[in-house]
Design a protein around this ligand. Sequence first.
Ligand code: NCD
Length: 293
Amino acid sequence: MTSLFELASQIEMDPDGYSASCKGKILATLFFESSTRTRLSFESAMLRLGGTVLGFSEPSMSSHKKGESFHDTLQMVNAYADVAIVRHYLEGISEIVRDHATIPVISGGTGTQEHPTQALLDLYTMYKEFGSIDGLRIGVMGDLRYGRTVPSLLYGLRLFSDVEAHLVSPSILRVRNEVLEDIEDNLTVHQTDTLNEALPDLDVLYVTRIQKERFHDPADYQRVKTGYVIDASTLGSCKPGFILMHPLPRVGEIAYDVDELPCARYFPQARNGVWMRMALILQLMGFEGRRWW
Ligand code: NCD
């Protein structure tokens, strides 16, 4: 993973040096769930690499609406593109991709399960900030049950040494057991329902949105929706060098007065998505950072 960080960093320092690296290549973007950052940053990444982009941003704009199966849509993408990004609500989608894709297919997020490229850019943001992820104390707060960025981030953090994760959420939104089981061997995990105690020790606080659309019972959403909000006054006890991250979109869990604070990193974090996704596309297309001038 560190080699991907290095490549993203090289690209970030000299994006023009890669502006023809994917000339003649086509990225397909297949979004069966809504997206702003993931789709646009992948499109931006491919265009900055000199490639082109085709696809749809919602399933009603494709033959999905007529009842076409994902399997058949994938056959078309195999024929029309060189690399694809797929965001889907079905949890079993990666098996279909694995069995039937003949081109590299990147996950753009799967239901409540995972969002691996978000984790890559989240980790790249920490790596840039601290020079290393080893030894960091990271708070992850909000909807840890339904937010798909959370498992992917934890799986990523698990690959580094001596990382402590402080998981802050109401009890009904705790990290799912199967995720905890997968990470606890190499990540020190503390679960709590309040932030106050952990905050002064944290290097990073990663806030997530309460995922209204994933709740089975709307009453549960009403109960927890306003409990985990950060404003400028919340952050008074943070240590020097502390940073605040969020995958975005935010819907009230970080107040606008935080944007001006030196610790706010969520917009640079989103921008890092372009460099990281350029690096990922290059690696998948086998260019490995070679440049074409
Ligand atoms: C997230 C997502 O779609 O999972 N956003 C993103 O991709 N940056 C987070 C969310 O929807 O809350």
